[in-house]
Structures are given as structure tokens and as C-alpha cells.
Design a protein around this ligand. Structure first.
Ligand SMILES: [Zn+2]
Ligand SMILES: [Zn+2]
Length: 164
């Protein structure tokens, strides 16, 4: 490719590509306290996707409001949980996969990702949780932070008291 063409268009890396897809997935979220998306990937193939929302068939926060317990909305499953469940539901092996997530996983999701055989987590925003980082590190799950492709700064993170 001529030099002037290659400099005009920057092709996304695989990490940028799948992380951007996670942001598209997050747009389906039904809890506006945080729109989170997750994509499980292995060998450059998407195994499953998930966003935070109510269990299938139950009313959404968008329709009936949040269900707040101890400062968290407990109506929804988290994006990572839904991605893992979709993988299990459809019989797709998640062993050795990478999880691309719009936010850093919470501790519960970190534990589930570990047991789902996820070996690497790439996330964009922040969801400060020291235990989550510690658990992932102890389980030898690689945790990589990336700025969202095309964004000027970090993505909007939920306030600590507005966790999903
Ligand atoms: Zn909610
Ligand atoms: Zn979570």
C-alpha cells in the first residue's frame, strides 16, 4: 500500500476491534446505572457476548426502575455473567478465552471468569475493585487496561456508589 494511504487509515488491532465490539454490545444494556458489555473471544473468534440486564423474561430497570440493595442495583446480571452463561447455554467451551469488557470486572464476575477458564481480561473503563484485581492476579489471569479506541480519555466510569 502506498505510504500516503497507510498513514491515512489506521487499522485497529485485534484488541481494539474486540473492545469496540464490547462497547456496541453495551448499548443493549437495560440498566442505565452503568452500560457494560462483554465479549468472550478465542483464536480471534467471538464465542459469546453479554450486557448487564435482567434475567430473560423479567422486567427491565428501564421499564420498572432499579432494584437497589446496599447501593447496588440487583435486578440485573452483569455483562460478564451473561457472556459466560450464553457460552454455557449454547455449549461453547470458554476455556482459554479472553474477555473484553467495557469496565473492570467486579469481584463476583472476576471469580466467575476465573472458573470459566478465562485466561486474559482486557477492559477499558474503571470499576475500582482491589479484590477483583487481586483474585485475577492470584489465578494468573492477565489483566490489561486499554483506552477505548478513538476516545480522547478514559470512558465514563460508574461512580463507586453507582456500581451496577
Ligand atoms: Zn438497574
Ligand atoms: Zn460484575
Amino acid at each position: 500500500m502506498p505510504e500516503n494511504l497507510s498513514s491515512r487509515r489506521k487499522r485497529p488491532t485485534w484488541d481494539e476491534y474486540f473492545l469496540e465490539i464490547a462497547f456496541s454490545v453495551a448499548e443493549r444494556s437495560t440498566c442505565d446505572r452503568a452500560h457494560v458489555g462483554a465479549v468472550l473471544v478465542r483464536d480471534k473468534r467471538i464465542l459469546s457476548t453479554g450486557y448487564n440486564g435482567s434475567p430473560a423474561g423479567l422486567p427491565h430497570c428501564d421499564e420498572v426502575g432499579h432494584l437497589i440493595v446496599d447501593g447496588h442495583c440487583v435486578r440485573t446480571l452483569h455483562a460478564e455473567q451473561n457472556a459466560i452463561i450464553q457460552s454455557a447455554l449454547h455449549g461453547v467451551d470458554s476455556e482459554g478465552a479472553t474477555a473484553y469488557v467495557t469496565h473492570q470486572p467486579c469481584l463476583t464476575c472476576a471469580k466467575m471468569l476465573i472458573n470459566a477458564g478465562i485466561r486474559r481480561v482486557v477492559y477499558a473503563g474503571n470499576y475500582p475493585d482491589a479484590y477483583s484485581r487481586q483474585f485475577l492476579a492470584e489465578a494468573n489471569v492477565q489483566l490489561d487496561h486499554m483506552t477505548r479506541p478513538g476516545s480522547t480519555g478514559s470512558v465514563s466510569a460508574p461512580e463507586p456508589d453507582a456500581a451496577p
